[in-house]
Design a protein around this ligand. Structure first.
Ligand SMILES: C[S@@+](CC[C@H](N)C(=O)[O-])C[C@H]1O[C@@H](n2cnc3c(N)ncnc32)[C@H](O)[C@@H]1O
Length: 281
């Protein structure tokens, strides 16, 4: 089905935004830590994600929107026959560079997620997506159809993403140091939101030339319902107040790659969720 011109424009805008961030991400402390974990013979996945996905040894796994491939390579290190897909060519170039440096076996594709079934042309035991994925996608119905089309019957799907409530909120200065979070984006209307502020989660102080992005707040109800409509069975949906990066400047680091809101807000607002689903045989 042809895509509306507005969606194609947004995809082109977002691709330019992502292409421009790759070098900065590659050099950032956050991604250097991930690459070092791989170089040291380990992986960069959080324990709860490894548990949520389960045993991958000898299984086929695709990560959609894999960015520079560090998680995809981690799945390869854990024994999966791993494939990563992302629409940013510079990101895929980094993934292939790191794969070759590490001598790991993994396949990478540069493509729009909506073209994944056609471009990759096969199904997987596991489909995986992680932090910072769905906000880039204009059409959840087609996303869910892609996930379902990429899964073998009996295959499983794990989505580990930023919570849409966190996509609604921004830190606002109240003066006198009294910063607070304010809902600046609606939760429910599904309209695209244009950002021009620049920056990046991996290095908030870095500057870039392509700063316009078109993003979406996808309510959890829509995420779950679109997957069910596409034929998946939802096994688990867990929400958490912790973030892997300082989503707002006020967040405090409470562990390696772990950030939480301060004071009375701590533990009270969902920042992140993990969804586990499967496609029946
Ligand atoms: C926040 S990053 C994911 C980061 C990943 N969890 C990691 O840390 O390695 C989001 C990724 O989505 C990709 N992306 C955004 N829109 C896409 C689309 N329509 N098709 C394919 N990839 C897309 C971007 O290029 C970027 O690499």
């Amino acid at each position: 089905m042809p895509r509306p011109a507005s969606q194609l424009d947004a995809i082109a805008t977002n691709r330019a935004y992502w292409d421009d961030r790759v070098e900065g991400h590659w050099r950032s402390a956050m991604y250097r830590r991930a690459a070092e974990a791989l170089r040291g013979g380990g992986h960069c996945l959080r324990d709860e994600i490894v548990m949520a996905v389960g045993e991958v040894k000898g299984q086929s796994l695709i990560q959609l929107q894999c960015h520079m491939g560090m998680e995809t390579l981690s799945w390869a290190r854990l024994g999966a026959e791993a494939v990563g897909l992302d629409f940013s060519k510079p990101a895929i170039d980094k993934a292939e560079f790191l794969r070759d440096e590490l001598g790991l076996k993994a396949e990478f594709h540069c493509a729009d997620i909506y073209d994944a079934p056609k471009v990759v042309g096969r199904r997987f035991d596991v489909v995986f997506q992680s932090v910072g994925c769905l906000c880039w996608l204009p059409d959840l119905k087609r996303w869910a159809e892609v996930v379902s089309a990429m899964l073998e019957p009996g295959g499983r799907y794990v989505l580990d993403d930023c919570h849409p409530v966190s996509d609604m909120l921004e830190q606002v200065s109240g003066g006198g140091g009294a910063d607070h979070l304010e809902p600046v984006n609606p939760y429910l209307n599904g309209e695209p939101i244009v950002f021009t502020g620049g920056g990046t989660y991996a290095d908030p102080d870095a500057s870039f030339t392509q700063n316009k992005s078109v993003e979406h707040v996808h309510p959890l109800g829509d995420v779950v319902t679109r997957l069910i409509e596409a034929g998946l069975v939802i096994d688990r949906l867990t929400e958490s107040s912790r973030c892997e990066f300082p989503r707002y400047p006020m967040m405090q680091q409470t562990g390696p790659d772990m950030w939480e809101l301060p004071g009375k807000l701590r533990g009270g607002l969902p920042m992140h969720y993990t969804l586990v689903a499967r496609k029946d045989k």
